[in-house]
Design a protein around this ligand. Structure first.
Ligand code: DP6
Length: 346
């Protein structure tokens, strides 16, 4: 009754922002992301009948009430599906500092979905794992898969058609890089995104227009990735990020995730593109102050030196499309390589 699983965070190129059914954790819109190679969460879950309560250790320290409650609620869901009564020992660590504000809930809940379900004896397919992971964090539904991933919102009321699907594997576009620009003084998130987004749904006058635009934008982004076409992809990624930021800023009360340094990074990317006379880079950010800048290997030196020189930029990290959820040791099954996909149907 023990299993270990590794998952990687992802950065959304089309943002999930709005829940149509909180009970079933169903989003209003489909989203699309890139799973990242360099950062990972590794989680071990052990169900043990002798335990008197769940024990949750995050990065070597007993979790505080907020994060612990989220994990316990998630374990309850797994226990009721698997008809397991025992409490669990959960040990999870990130190879990146959680406090930097880099997405950890996506990799965290994807790894927990894998480890908890396997430890409870559930043999879930990748698709079922994606369905389960979204109950911890919406974006975790996408971290079950590596490479370029679409989380389909679906239309059914029961959520049975709401899950992530892999679009292209990590190796699809080897020259694409994500330069993660870490800014100094990034504020720690005051509110979970899943809560903040509902303020936007209720109060932003721009939300309905954004939702109407999204299906066409997502289809164009998917096609531009398929064609490995930066000239089409990069402007669309920035358009989507600007639309996301607009609905956040017009939320009442306004959601402002950026610092002046983040804004200078966005301006730096616009200037690089203007000077090059074509899109050489694209910025995007989530509900936080750090900025992800997509570019190609051949532009990386120029993009990095322009952005690293901006006052308030603490560090830049080069990240690439990363792998699927990994079971360690591998789950039994054909090949048994430890990849989620090698042992289950999609
Ligand atoms: C802006 O699903 O990560 O990153 O778990 O409450 O933090 P919480 O919500 P989560 O929200 C993701 C919001 C986003 C966009 C995205 O990743 O699609």
């Amino acid at each position: 009754m023990q299993a270990t699983c590794e998952a990687h965070p992802n950065i959304a190129l089309v943002k999930y922002w709005g829940v149509r059914d909180p009970e079933r954790a169903l989003p209003f819109n489909s989203s699309l992301s890139v799973t990242l190679d360099r950062f990972r969460t590794r989680t071990t879950v052990r169900f043990d009948p002798s335990l008197k309560a769940d024990r949750v250790v995050l990065n070597g320290t007993e979790a505080g009430p907020g994060p612990r409650d989220g994990v316990v609620r998630f374990l309850d869901r797994v226990r009721s599906t698997a008809r397991v009564n025992a409490f669990a020992d959960v040990d999870s660590d990130n190879n990146f500092p959680t406090a930097t504000g880099l997405a950890s809930s996506a990799s965290g809940f994807a790894a927990l979905a894998g480890a908890a379900s396997a430890a409870a004896g559930l043999a879930l397919s990748d698709r079922e794992l994606s369905r389960l992971a979204r109950f911890g964090s919406g974006s975790a539904a996408r971290s079950v898969f590596g490479g370029f991933v679409e989380w389909r919102a679906g239309t059914r009321a029961d959520g049975s058609d709401c899950y992530a699907v892999p679009l292209y594997p990590a190796r699809h576009w080897p020259s694409l890089v994500d330069l993660v620009v870490l800014v100094e003084g990034a504020p720690v998130k005051a509110m979970r995104s899943s809560e903040a987004m509902q303020w936007t749904v209720r109060s932003s006058p721009q939300y309905a227009r954004r939702q109407a635009e999204l299906p066409a934008r997502l289809a164009k982004i998917r096609r531009a990735i398929g064609a490995r076409d930066p000239d089409r992809l990069f402007p669309l990624v920035m358009e989507e990020c600007d639309s996301f930021r607009e609905v956040c800023e017009t939320t009442v009360p306004s959601l402002d995730y950026l610092t002046p340094t983040s804004r200078a990074v966005l301006a730096g990317v616009r200037e690089l593109n203007r000077k090059a006379g074509r899109p050489v880079a694209a910025y995007t950010h989530d509900a936080g102050a750090h900025v992800h800048v997509f570019t190609l290997d051949r532009h990386l030196g120029r993009v990095r030196s322009r952005l690293a020189g901006i006052p308030g930029v603490e560090r830049t990290l080069t990240v690439r499309p990363g792998p699927d959820l990994l079971f360690a040791p591998p789950r039994p099954g054909p090949g048994g390589r430890g990849r989620a996909r090698s042992s289950g149907s999609r």
